[in-house]
Design a protein around this ligand. Structure first.
Ligand code: GDP
Length: 296
């Protein structure tokens, strides 16, 4: 089950409403108090929880719901819609350039899953008929280049690398030139991460951004890190400007805080989710499906 603790609590609380028949304001308020606690325990951002609960209450305590024949169902539907809204409502796609190659830059902290995701995304796009090129710009983490090459080999996707002696800006620039020569229509750039955000990391990413003008900067965040992931997203967004998020490790026993907060806090959509270590375990992120899975 996804977000197990949260899902269980929400299903319990809302299930009680369903069994009640007619609802009064107190019933809704009591249920929303429990929903609020469940969301906070799942590490959802405090402000996001507050706004969410207010919105649901505002809609649920309306005449139409209270006087309907199945008010409990109605409230569940509202919670489902608002959870979906929280995560971005629609499935947000990659913006492909009308003049290929489309340049996608992956950024994030070390261990978030960037290199794996670069491969996964390449594989996903290859299946859609694209011709991706992976570019190895993480010259600091020992073995990152090798890791990308292994991934590329497994997927049958070329990897551009210049070792660890050239600057990431040069590697990115030369990778872009190479893709034009070889006819690759998507460039996926794996950049370096750090254990913590620092200005040196951001400066380097800003330099790469300015030099190759990517069409998409996607931040890879680890869903297991909850609200920390959201703080990371805010920092990257303010220093670099991101276009979207890829949430990894959604298959682990993550509580849900990152998935439910990151869009509301940064206003940037979650475009994909990593759901396992294998290279085909990446999915487009569908907010409505996740909401429905949480509510059972
Ligand atoms: P990087 O430092 O950001 O490049 O991170 P890596 O790509 O090396 O990934 C770090 C670890 O996370 C590796 O062991 C990956 O196999 C693992 N990983 C990445 N994405 C996922 C995912 O969606 N699910 C799971 N379970 N593990 C993942």
């Amino acid at each position: 089950m996804i977000f197990e603790g949260l899902a269980e609590k929400l299903q319990n609380t809302l299930g009680k409403l369903k069994g009640k028949g007619k609802l009064n304001e107190k019933d809704v308020n009591d249920a929303m108090r429990e929903v609020k606690l469940a969301l906070l325990e799942a590490d959802v951002n405090f402000k996001v929880v507050k706004q969410f609960v207010e919105k649901v209450k505002e809609r649920a305590i309306g005449q139409e719901v209270m006087e309907s024949l199945t008010p409990g169902q109605h409230v569940i539907k509202i919670v489902n819609e608002e959870l979906t809204n929280l995560m971005g409502n629609v499935q947000s796609k990659i913006n492909f350039s009308s003049r290929p190659p489309t340049v996608i830059m992956l950024v994030g902290l070390q261990g978030a899953g960037k290199t794996t995701t670069a491969g996964k995304l390449g594989g996903y796009l290859k299946k859609q008929g694209k011709k991706p090129l992976l570019v190895a710009c993480d010259i600091y983490r020992p073995a990152a280049i090798k890791q990308l090459k292994v991934v590329g080999e497994q997927l049958g996707i070329p990897v551009f690398e210049l070792g660890d002696q050239k600057s990431p800006v040069d590697i990115a620039r030369e990778g872009l030139e190479k893709s034009k020569i070889d006819g690759n229509d998507v460039l996926i750039i794996d950049t370096a991460g750090r254990l913590h955000i620092d200005t040196e990391l951001m400066d380097e990413l800003v330099n790469i951004k300015q030099s190759i003008r990517p069409h998409e900067i996607l931040l890879v965040i680890d869903s297991m890190t909850g609200q920390d992931a959201v703080n990371v997203a805010e920092s990257f967004n303010s220093a670099l400007g991101i276009d979207g998020v890829i949430l990894t490790k959604l298959d682990g026993d993550t509580r849900g805080g990152a998935a439910l907060s990151v869009k509301a806090v940064t206003q940037k959509p979650i475009k994909f989710a990593g759901i396992g270590e294998k290279l085909d375990e990446l999915e487009p992120f569908y907010p409505d499906r996740i909401a429905s899975r949480i509510l059972g």
